[in-house]
Design a protein around this ligand. Sequence first.
Ligand SMILES: C[S@@+](CC[C@H](N)C(=O)[O-])C[C@H]1O[C@@H](n2cnc3c(N)ncnc32)[C@H](O)[C@@H]1O
Length: 241
Amino acid sequence: MKKMPAISRLWWRRPKDTNWAELSPGASYHGMWDTVARFAAEIRASDFMAEMIRRRDAYGSEGVMGALDCATLYGLTRWLRPAAIVESGGYIGMSSAFILKALADEKLTAAKLYSIELSQRCDQGALIPDELRSVSGGFVPMRGNVEDFLKRNALPSAIDMFLHDSSHSYRHMFWEFRQFWPRLRDGGLLVSHDVQMNAAFPEFVAKTYAHDKETGRLDAQRTSHYEWGRWGYIGFAIKKG
Ligand SMILES: C[S@@+](CC[C@H](N)C(=O)[O-])C[C@H]1O[C@@H](n2cnc3c(N)ncnc32)[C@H](O)[C@@H]1O
């Protein structure tokens, strides 16, 4: 009988005390799909989701992330267990709340979410429940333009996760991906909302591929992502290198 290959621990869930950077070289990311889907299903059925939808509807849902994408974002964040996250387009904080909830559920009390919002008029982070905002001081609201924060070097130079949810023009999305990709550590996550709006996300991912000139086969050594995908309107890519 043919011997089955050993199943990597990553097929289910990495142990809590494992740093993702240790897992990256040669790691299998097949297992992440199940893990993210399981976390996403958990949060969709939760009281937290019901409460966030109630808050969103009371405030006005225009321009905020929908339930499916919030659940995916939560699942990705729990799976990664990041320490430093930047999000562009924090607005009233629907996406921020789900990131902070994932950090809280993983007991990542030292993790920080740097949330950038351009508009002076919106009540930044208004939807975030108080207990998530204050417990660890993990929510760091930054009012202004992403471009200016980058110019002033006001953001961490090394991050584990970046979420794009600001201006969804092709140009701006592609520009943000290019700015934040180099800041991501090996194994870090680039996440984008509204990837259906234009071809910026698939074109960015296409640029992370390398192929052998002769055979056309994937050159895994030079390819600079481990995995990527799209779920609903969320796109993600796991940085390699
Ligand atoms: C789609 S909304 C974000 C929704 C938010 N993520 C949520 O789920 O509640 C987009 C936000 O991006 C902000 N924005 C647009 N361009 C920006 C830029 N260059 N820098 C920072 N924020 C920007 C807008 O002011 C707007 O509030």
